[in-house]
Design a protein around this ligand. Structure first.
Ligand code: URP
Ligand code: ZN
Ligand code: ZN
Ligand code: ZN
Length: 537
């Protein structure tokens, strides 16, 4: 047959165009785009009907059945354990590459980038060893989607940076590192940040910054605890928007000095977004990622079910926290619309509520009631919990699940409401992350097909519909107006009409190259003395 797979009657959307056409796929690649196919052309191919209505009215483009590039989620935490955890707060990720990638594909995502973490332990000094160990975790299960790694760097060892960054690029195609301005086990001082940024610039590695002021957070946390304000809600008060404002501003200054492109991860405040915008207006290579939680949750969500002993709302704790109220959502939507936000990722960071190594829960109350008695009944796990026995937000693992709900939340809240165009949707969720992290050629047949809007009945989400290994979703009960109907990975149907069709070994590791976005500042380069350009002589 001429094609292996054809998609007919679709409204095909790319970052630049939208058109009614058919797609012919051969050997995992998009081979032909055509207004229509003759019957003999599609003989022998699998046919997917996107059920596009005959365009007989002016508003026909709103009828849906969008066919888009598969989602690229550039911020996913999988297989991070107590030691290599996302932040050293004692949590263990509930999803591995099996359950995490299954959840991704069921939500329309075909590529994820996850985090391999250096630690401060001597044996985790080598970035190469860290990546090898992390890769072994991915290979032990396989993945339903294509995957790559970012490296998290928590030390400024000159020899490691000098010798290993080139190997990471060459052997592993890892061209991005994440650096922290908060979390005791992760954060770098300004001087250490300059060391790593300088090495990263030299080796064409893009630095991603977790921008929260760790000192402000630590100081506020002490003050809140002294007043007994330890419930999950107060986690948000320990990280008010000004903590992100200061840290984004500082990191922009450091990166300007180094002349290094940076991407701020999980920007959740209007103040942070404003700093990014100002830097972009000056012509600096500053990019920003945002996430669904900053458009769908507020501080009030951390309050739900609140009682002195109930920690159920620890489920909602993530960093940066959701913004204070819905006015902030509107402000953040402006930054989504005007291009301040380059990419939209999930920051899927899965912890179970029913496990001691997850979010403190009813098990915590049990532990407290057993205080002074023999806790051997639960062994090491209970001891770990007791270490966090005050249940203070300080000890709650930060992070919420969302790899599966990412695209549908943006569809429901921004595309269907007209806040962004279908093309902008594609740019934020797929094209920009692919450009920024240089993933795969656009000719790969990674495709997500939605339901036609005219026939899709909105539904209220329950966690049982999801495919992650987490026992809750922050979006329980929320109404969704669409959901991916088909997810196609390199021409293979992986998800169709509510069922997983693909296999765990279908996903492949993706070696990446240096980013394709602009690197230097046209403005500041004019006077190289101001930005220490003599460093590069
Ligand atoms: O609370 C969050 N976002 N946890 C994940 C770790 C991180 O900083 O990305
Ligand atoms: Zn982070
Ligand atoms: Zn994260
Ligand atoms: Zn017990």
């Amino acid at each position: 047959p001429r094609f292996d797979l054809v998609i007919v009657n679709g409204t095909v959307v790319t970052a630049s165009d939208i058109s009614t056409c058919c797609i012919g796929v051969k050997n995992g690649k998009i081979k032909t785009l055509a207004y229509e196919f003759d019957q003999d052309e599609i003989e022998g191919a699998e046919v997917i009907d996107a059920e596009y209505a005959v365009p007989d009215t002016v508003g026909y483009l709103n009828l849906g059945a969008y066919v888009m590039p598969g989602g690229v989620d550039a911020h996913v935490h999988l297989c991070q354990d107590l030691k290599t955890g996302p932040h050293g707060l004692g949590g263990e990720c509930a999803d591995n590459f099996d359950t995490g990638s299954r959840s991704a594909v069921a939500g329309g995502t075909t590529t994820i980038i996850t985090f391999a973490t250096q630690t401060r332990a001597e044996e985790d000094r080598s970035l190469i060893k860290v990546v090898e160990a992390y890769n072994a975790r991915a290979e032990s299960t396989g993945s339903y989607v294509d995957y790559g790694f970012h490296i998290i760097i928590v030390r400024n060892d000159a020899d490691v940076l000098e010798n290993e960054l080139p190997v990471l690029i060459k052997d592993w195609g890892i061209s991005s590192c994440k650096l922290f301005l908060t979390y005791e086990t992760q954060r770098l001082t300004d001087s250490q940040l300059l060391d790593v940024m300088f090495a990263a610039r030299k080796h064409s590695i893009t630095t991603m910054i977790h921008a929260e002021n760790g000192d402000m957070i630590g100081w506020l946390t002490d003050k809140l605890e002294a007043k007994g304000m330890v419930a999950p809600y107060y986690h948000a008060l320990s990280r008010p928007p000004i903590a992100e404002c200061e840290a984004t501003n500082r990191a922009i200054s450091l990166a300007t000095l180094i002349q290094n492109p940076i991407l701020f991860v999980h920007v959740g405040s209007a103040l942070g977004a404003a700093n990014v915008r100002r830097a972009q207006t000056m012509g600096l290579p500053v990019y920003a990622e945002t996430c669904p939680q900053y458009f769908n949750l507020t501080w009030d969500d951390l309050k739900r079910f609140h009682s002195p002993t109930c920690f159920e709302n620890s489920k909602m704790i993530c960093s940066p926290p959701p913004p204070p109220d819905t006015n902030d959502h509107e402000e953040l939507f402006v930054s989504l619309q005007n291009g301040t936000f380059t990419i939209y990722s999930s920051d899927h960071c899965p912890f179970r509520y029913d496990q001691p190594r997850g979010k403190p829960s009813g098990v915590l109350e049990h532990a407290l009631s057993m205080e002074g008695e023999n806790h051997d009944c639960h062994g090491e796990e209970l001891k770990d919990l007791l270490l966090r026995k005050n249940g203070a937000f300080r000890h709650v693992p930060n992070g919420i699940p969302g790899v599966e709900t990412r695209l549908s939340l943006l569809y429901t809240g921004a595309l269907q409401t007209g806040r962004i165009t279908p093309q902008e949707f594609v740019e934020l969720t797929s094209t920009n992350p692919a450009k920024l992290w240089t993933l795969k050629p656009g000719s790969d047949a990674d495709i997500v097909i939605w339901h036609p809007e005219k026939s899709f009945k909105p539904f209220n989400l329950t966690n049982s519909m999801l495919h992650h290994n987490v026992d809750y979703t922050p979006y329980e009960g929320k109404e969704f107006t669409n959901w991916p109907r088909y997810t196609i990975l390199r021409g293979k149907v992986m998800w169709a009409n509510g069922e997983i069709k693909g296999k765990l070994r279908d996903g492949q590791y993706v070696k990446r190259g240096p980013n394709q976005l602009k690197k230097d500042s046209p403005r500041l380069d004019k006077d190289p003395r101001r930005v220490a350009a003599w460093l590069y002589d």
